[in-house]
Design a protein around this ligand. Structure first.
Ligand SMILES: C[S@@+](CC[C@H](N)C(=O)[O-])C[C@H]1O[C@@H](n2cnc3c(N)ncnc32)[C@H](O)[C@@H]1O
Length: 333
């Protein structure tokens, strides 16, 4: 006879119902054995669930499941609670401010860049490049399997932009444009011309076809970290959606400074991306970092930008990371 084990793990309960089989408890010895078995099974189940969470989300995991964050962290916390003082890498459960999808804890964000810089073969950016090379050039590919959220996303972005009351709507730049989803669905509805910036040549070709000739501005086949703005081009809006996570902190600040230099007098930079609630999360599959809002605000400050407005995307599934929309300007309004 087999009995189900209560995982006594609220996070798991809240996401899925699992049951695990254990032998019947017949005697004290047997009960002890069962208790031990339960502990092991629960622990294994937790790891198992963590793995499911990490791997069950679509590989194009921009909309990485928030539950994966919780589950992986709980795996680590359960291990570490038992041996509080034992260090895992440099960070411990108590002092970690971030972790990656392989279960490594980080005490500082610098450790992330350091560990990547010290690798011989792959560097941070080439992982993302080859990752995106393998993704489908479709809305589903762009949204990690969540193409059903595209309409809600665009609608909220439109409301957000309208609320900003931009005095001029001449030229916008779509950064990390992918196949031009945002350019076609959002930016061309508000701006006379839209420029595209995207490193993946296949996506960019599609984006160029998707935006009407009359509204297609300049096209930059390059990455954010390599982008040098053209001196004769000023933007009323620079829209950066679901791609800033690929930049290291240093490159993010430098990129924003360059964006600042090509804004029109009343122009704004808008960043829409996943934001982690408590710990930053590094996804080792595509070399991305989901930052906390505190990290973002620090980086915006370092770039000399003012936070004009910030809104959280509504009506997205709760298991996803929260998505923030930031509007940044040269001076406070
Ligand atoms: C999740 S898709 C988002 C596409 C589009 N912004 C949207 O919301 O539909 C991420 C895009 O960022 C691009 N990307 C990845 N790393 C980048 C980098 N370092 N610089 C610019 N774009 C990058 C990818 O090629 C991909 O097109």
């Amino acid at each position: 006879m087999w009995l189900p084990v209560d995982l006594s793990f609220s996070l798991c309960h809240s996401t899925r119902n699992y049951s695990f089989a254990t032998p019947r408890e017949d005697s004290i010895v047997e009960r002890r054995r069962v208790r031990q078995h339960k502990r092991q099974t629960t622990f294994q189940a937790t790891i198992f669930i963590a793995n499911i969470k990490v791997h069950s989300c679509h590989p194009a995991n921009h909309n990485k499941l928030y539950v994966s964050e919780l589950a992986s962290f709980v795996v680590m916390s359960r291990q570490n609670r038992k041996r509080k003082s034992k260090r895992v890498g440099k960070a411990t459960y108590n002092n970690a401010i971030g972790y990656d999808t392989r279960g490594r804890l980080y005490q500082s964000v610098e450790e992330v860049w350091y560990s990547h810089a010290s690798r011989k073969q792959e560097d941070w950016y080439s992982i993302a490049e080859s990752y995106w090379h393998k993704q489908n050039p479709s809305v589903d590919g762009m949204l990690g399997g969540y193409s059903n959220l595209s309409d809600i996303d665009v609608r909220s972005s439109l409301q957000f932009l309208q609320g900003l009351q931009l005095p001029s709507t001449r030229i916008a730049l779509d950064v990390g444009s992918g196949i031009g989803r945002v350019a076609t669905e959002l930016l061309t509805k508000m701006f006379e011309q839209v420029d595209l910036l995207e490193p993946n040549v296949h996506f960019l070709e599609l984006a160029k076809q998707n935006v009407s000739d009359s509204q297609l501005g300049r096209v930059f086949r390059c990455s954010m970290q390599d982008f040098i703005p053209e001196v004769d081009r000023k933007y009323d809006l620079i829209w950066i959606q679901w791609c800033i996570i690929y930049l290291t902190d240093e490159d993010l600040v430098e990129f924003l400074k360059r964006c600042k230099s090509c804004l029109s007098a009343s122009g704004l930079i808008c960043i829409k991306d996943n934001v982690s609630r408590k710990h930053f999360v590094v996804d080792t599959n595509d070399a991305s970092i989901t930052r906390t809002s505190k990290q973002y605000e620090d980086l915006f400050k370092q770039a000399g930008l003012h936070l004009v407005c910030c809104q959280i995307q509504e009506n997205f599934p709760r298991q996803l990371f929260p998505v923030f929309m930031y509007a940044l300007g040269l001076k406070s309004f």
